[in-house]
Design a protein. Structure first.
Length: 281
């Protein structure tokens, strides 16, 4: 699933690989997917985009967006796999395909769920706007934004819920938060109201440091980029490391189901202490 490091990696690769290419043809889905959503009918995307030039790409939150020289845009969210490949090697099943003027093709597929939205700049989807208008963890004013949201959030929220729900931090999801919490030494179920001031500050620093590391290395090793290659950031807490030894203390990395997804943590480095969780006064 695309989270901020993968979105920014994808956008960088799109700008390096397909910027200024013209769209020869846009092909509608070859296979219906009931959990793939479009803005309008995908059969109309060719009329809107064919002949236009890719002016560039932008990334924000969980969205990557192609910008065309005719004023149109096309964005994808976190559940879409976008690949660049020779047009002659496109797989038989896809949810959208753009044939480019250099013999390449951009192929959009969805495994579980995702959206491919062509629009004129007035797309008003709640999640799209939340991502576009969010304060980036790389922005100068992010610390102030983080501290304000922390002070406004219920003290009974868990660390996972604070980071990855309610669109507080679009682009931080159930994948990136695992290493953020490990870096901060905070258990995913820990109530944020029990965090001392130094722990709150450490969590803020972990958000910025880990996301920067993930982006710098081309995304996580659990996700693939525009060319189908896994990212270069080696996750410490993920499906790849569950059941192995923690690189920090040697303990066993555990996996549990929590808040609609899996959490991975080291019980030695990230103490839960649920029995004594009372808000810090």
């Amino acid at each position: 699933m695309l989270e901020l490091p993968e979105v920014l990696t994808l956008v960088r690769q799109l700008n390096e690989s397909v910027k200024n290419r013209r769209i020869r043809k846009v092909w509608p889905p070859t296979k219906a997917h009931k959990f793939c959503w479009y803005n309008g009918e995908p059969e109309e995307y060719d009329k809107a985009l064919s002949g236009s030039r890719i002016a560039g790409a932008e990334g924000f939150g969980t969205f990557a967006e192609l910008i065309f020289d005719n004023g149109r845009k096309l964005c994808v969210n976190d559940g879409v796999n976008l690949r660049l490949m020779p047009a002659g090697k496109v797989p038989g099943n896809y949810q959208l395909m753009m044939e480019l003027d250099d013999g390449q093709a951009l192929v959009f597929t969805v495994a579980m769920y995702g959206g491919i939205f062509e629009h004129d700049g007035s797309y008003d989807n709640h999640y799209y706007l939340a991502s576009r208008n969010s304060t980036s963890p790389f922005a100068q004013d992010f610390p102030a934004y983080y501290l304000r949201l922390f002070s406004e959030s219920k003290p009974t929220l868990s660390a996972k819920a604070f980071l990855a729900t309610e669109q507080r931090f679009p682009g931080i999801g159930n994948g990136t938060l695992q290493d953020i919490l490990f870096e901060a030494g905070i258990h995913p179920k820990r109530k944020i109201g029990t965090l001392e001031q130094w722990e709150r500050d450490k969590l803020l620093q972990a958000v910025m440091k880990v996301l920067n590391d993930m982006t710098k290395h081309g995304g996580r090793d659990t996700e693939k980029d525009l060319f189908g290659v896994f990212g270069g950031y080696k996750t410490k807490m993920s499906k790849n490391t569950a059941g192995t030894n923690c690189g920090q203390c040697g303990g066993t990395i555990l996996k549990e189901n929590y808040l609609g997804g899996s959490v991975y943590f080291c019980p030695e480095c990230q103490h839960q202490d649920l029995a004594g969780q009372h808000p810090v006064m």
